[in-house]
Design a protein around this ligand. Structure first.
Ligand SMILES: [Zn+2]
Length: 465
């Protein structure tokens, strides 16, 4: 096992039960876990003699941020579709580009997304929809090598459409029922628990319209049998709930319930168009929700009733979504947007305070990933997963309440260090496990070729001289 490391000279937002904030503090990482945490001097006195000491320069230590909704394959599509409704955005741009991916495009896109996430303080994420054509193995290898923690969800589908846009899926994205389910099961066998337990494999079925009730039922039965997680887009736009009502005569949550797709192993994505009865059922079944405020805003999907869900006891995590919908993978920005969006909607500044959105991005995300005992707070015995923000900057000064400064003034670009499983993966803002220069150069090249292959124009709308 690696040498113990004493990270010292910092303020720690523990996010423990009492939400203690430790000033002039230190944290001992030992064997991938937190061996001790407390005041600096006491920690120095009690640390093992052989412990390496790392001075964090007065930075703010936060549990690693947990992004509960990511599309790795969309990093390469950043900026491909502005000012479009979700259905056009998907069928005319995103699916066409993704349907032309080869596994090297998908692998590079995953590298780009993970690079960005690590640099902005994210230590764990849920990938919601990996298609067969992306090459799951290559992407899992990227996750393993990067040091990141992830639940990787494989697409399950048997219908080539989305909501009311029947038959509109790009042929490159279509998978059949048997193949998609069988592949997900085989991948679970191969990869679940890999990379010292950092990788989980989940089901990532397509939303209603892309998956039949029969296939959902087969999948949910298999998930129960194997203890697998499921994440699925639901009630994202009004067309989604109209489609479910028309096809099945039910609300979105009633329909999910009818196919066995509610429960503590299920993470529902977006949930914009849901009513009070549905929220009560989510709470009762301990179903998790991921809120993705930037994506919902940009795509004009609507504003999810998140304060209502939290008040009802639903566990809600926070996500960014992908490159063309939120356009970045920065969880600090997502926290701020979540806080401000609901204040504005409810005309109530007390809604969604900074403490609550930080809980969503840490503890709630951990619970949504089924990892509440392992990550999400900095406590003895938990995994040593944390980010350190450089507070010695103008926009962090002064900082009477560091939680407020992080959420309301900070950005992901302020991250100096990231440690996962006790291992530094970002140091002084540089990712140690990935070749940033190579990834950025290759991303530009591959994106250019992809646009040329598909004929999609996403360039400036103004004349370029
Ligand atoms: Zn999504």
């Amino acid at each position: 096992m690696s040498q113990p490391v004493l990270y010292e000279n910092c303020t720690i937002l523990t996010m423990d039960r009492q939400r203690r904030i430790l000033s002039d503090a230190a944290l001992l990482a030992e064997g991938g876990r937190i061996g001790a945490i407390g005041k600096r001097q006491a920690m120095r006195d009690s640390a093992p003699a052989q412990a390496e000491r790392i001075d964090l320069g007065g930075g703010l230590v936060v549990p690693g941020l947990i992004n509960t909704h990511v599309h790795l394959s969309q990093a390469l599509l950043r900026g491909c579709a502005d000012d479009l409704s979700l259905v056009d955005w998907l069928t005319k741009r995103v699916w066409v580009l993704q349907g032309n991916f080869d596994p090297d495009d998908a692998r590079l896109s995953a590298e780009l997304a993970i690079l960005e996430m690590l640099k902005s303080g994210t230590t764990a994420f849920v990938e919601s929809m990996l298609a067969s054509r992306y090459g799951f193995d290559g992407i899992a290898e990227v996750v393993a090598a990067s040091g990141m923690r992830a639940a990787l969800s494989k697409i399950v589908m048997d219908l080539p459409s989305y909501a009311m846009a029947a038959g509109s899926m790009h042929p490159g994205m279509i998978e059949t029922a048997e193949a998609s389910l069988e592949e997900a099961l085989a991948l679970h066998q191969r990869w679940d628990g890999a990379a010292d337990g950092r990788i989980k494999v989940w089901f990532g079925p397509r939303p209603p319209g892309g998956c039949s009730s029969e296939l959902y039922r087969k999948m949910t039965a298999a998930a129960r049998e194997r203890g697998m997680g499921i994440t699925v887009h639901l009630a994202e736009v009004r067309e989604d709930v109209e489609h479910i009502r028309r096809e099945h005569g039910m609300s979105a949550v009633e329909y999910a319930d009818s196919v066995g797709m509610l429960g503590p192993n299920v993470l529902l994505i977006h949930m914009v168009w849901v009513g009070a009865d549905e929220i009560a059922r989510l709470a009762e079944t301990e179903t998790h929700v991921t809120h993705n405020p930037l994506s919902n805003s940009k795509l004009a999907s609507g504003i999810a009733p998140i304060p209502e869900m939290l008040a009802a006891g639903v566990n809600v995590g926070l996500g960014t979504d992908g490159g063309p919908s939120s356009n970045d993978y920065d969880m600090v920005r997502a926290m701020r947007w979540a806080s401000y969006l609901h204040k504005a909607r409810r005309l109530d500044p007390t809604i969604m305070p900074c403490e609550q959105v930080l809980e969503m991005a840490t503890r709630n995300g951990a619970a949504a990933m089924g990892l509440a005992d392992e990550i999400g707070s900095l406590e003895v015995g938990k995994r040593a997963d944390f980010a350190v923000f450089d507070t010695n900057q103008p926009h962090w000064t002064p900082a009477p309440n560091p939680v407020s400064t992080l959420v309301c003034s900070g950005t992901g670009k302020d991250v100096a260090w990231v440690v996962i499983d006790g291992r530094p993966v970002v140091r002084d803002g540089r990712v140690l496990t990935m070749d940033e220069g190579r990834i950025l150069a290759e991303a530009r090249e591959r994106a250019e070729r992809l646009y040329a292959r598909t004929g999609i124009q996403a360039g400036p709308r103004w004349p370029v001289a």
